[in-house]
Design a protein around this ligand. Structure first.
Ligand SMILES: Nc1ncnc2c1ncn2[C@@H]1O[C@H](COP(=O)(O)OP(=O)(O)OP(=O)(O)O)[C@@H](O)[C@H]1O
Length: 355
């Protein structure tokens, strides 16, 4: 039996907050917790000045969770909840300027893909949207900023470390017509990714401004799930033209999606709309369609929030297998109905002038 979210929270409540007293859950530091089949992931949101003092708490949380029956793996990411210091620059790189959001030279627009919780298919939507836009002739970049488990290299079938011939700029990789850069390409394969706040913010900034994106019509940013630091840093550093929030029809996912929408409203980032993923299950044998998680929930919620539903993506095994195999369904099976859902999304965004 895998561990439950309640047990995880209960265990985390036994870990003291060494900098403010109380425990780490009641002090509100535990964010974006996902418990999925024994895999526990969360963010510890900390004051960067206290990072060192927080390390024992992080280690204690990790150890306590690992000792629980039904826990397969634990991943804790510490992020800063206030502005991060300058990044550890590549040698000779220009110091980032302290002013507000900037445009990335050569990049026409930036669209962020977000979700309130993990596992709703944000990376799948990002990869398929990127390849679908490329198929429509758009010049597309994809920045994988998912700190928990960067998945775009696998989804787009890209491996190897990006080169930096001049030590100042990073050359991105390219496949299926998409220019890709990912935090996952900066780390060794299978290396546990434990980003510290300042390091993470530095890496994100480098990826935005030191990668040679070339001339792009659109840069899609695949954000980590939840409403944390990466989202804020992105909006503070770069001019984000719009955000798409991915949600599944389950109520809980919707509640989380609402939080993501609130966050973008606060950051002043326009919400382009919601994408409902896994909206209807399509049987791969007989094509029978079933609304496993109920029907109409996302549409109703979107109406209440005053944002459009941009696409309804079916739950189909080929969407998963193709993503795992390094060629998103838009590339591997471009004329299938499951690819059409993504291609229609791409065409909608182009028609609206947002992609
Ligand atoms: N429409 C779909 N049909 C079938 N499988 C899907 C669909 N969307 C996503 N999946 C599968 O669900 C799993 C989670 O998707 P994905 O990694 O895209 O989610 P995510 O929201 O980016 O997760 P996280 O941010 O937590 O990494 C993957 O195995 C993916 O292949």
């Amino acid at each position: 039996m895998s561990v439950t979210r309640e047990t995880v929270l209960e265990t985390l409540r036994t870990v003291e907050n060494p900098v403010g007293g109380g425990d780490i859950v009641s002090s509100g530091m535990v964010r974006a917790l996902t418990v999925d089949d024994g895999n526990v992931r969360f963010v510890l949101e900390i004051d960067p000045a206290r990072a060192k003092a927080m390390e024992p708490a992080r280690d204690a949380a990790e150890a306590a969770l690992k000792a629980l029956p039904g826990v397969a793996a634990v991943s804790v990411v510490m992020t800063a909840h206030s502005a991060a210091p300058d990044p550890p620059d590549l040698k000779g790189a220009a110091k980032p300027k302290p002013q507000g959001p900037e445009k990335i030279p050569g990049v026409d627009r930036i669209v962020a893909i977000a979700s309130g919780k993990g596992g709703v298919g944000k990376s799948t939507v990002s990869a398929n949207l990127a390849t679908a836009l490329a198929a429509e002739g758009r010049r597309v970049g994809l920045l994988d900023a998912d700190v928990y488990g960067p998945s775009q290299p696998r989804m787009l079938g890209v491996s190897g470390r990006p080169a930096s011939p001049d030590g100042k700029t990073i050359l991105p990789l390219r496949n299926h017509g998409v220019t890709l850069m990912s935090l996952g390409l900066m780390t060794q394969e299978d290396e546990a990714v434990v980003w510290r706040g300042p390091m993470l913010m530095g890496a994100l900034q480098q990826m935005l401004f030191q990668v040679q994106w070339g001339a792009l019509d659109i840069l899609i940013v695949d954000l980590p799930p939840g409403t944390g630091d990466v989202q804020m840093t992105l909006s503070q550093k770069a001019q984000v033209d719009g955000a798409i929030v991915v949600s599944t029809p389950q109520d809980i996912a919707l509640l989380d999606a609402r939080k993501a929408i609130d966050m973008f409203n606060k950051l002043g980032t326009p919400i382009l709309g919601l994408v409902e993923n896994m909206s209807v299950h399509v049987c791969s044998n007989c094509g029978h369609r079933e609304h496993t998680f109920g029907e109409g929930g996302v549409t109703r919620e979107a109406e209440k929030l005053g944002v459009p539903v941009l696409a309804e993506i079916p739950l189909h095994v080929e969407i998963r297998t193709s993503g795992d195999g390094g060629a998103p369904v838009v590339v591997s099976s471009p004329t299938s109905p499951q690819a059409s859902a993504f291609r229609d999304l791409a065409r909608t965004l182009i028609a609206e002038g947002t992609a």
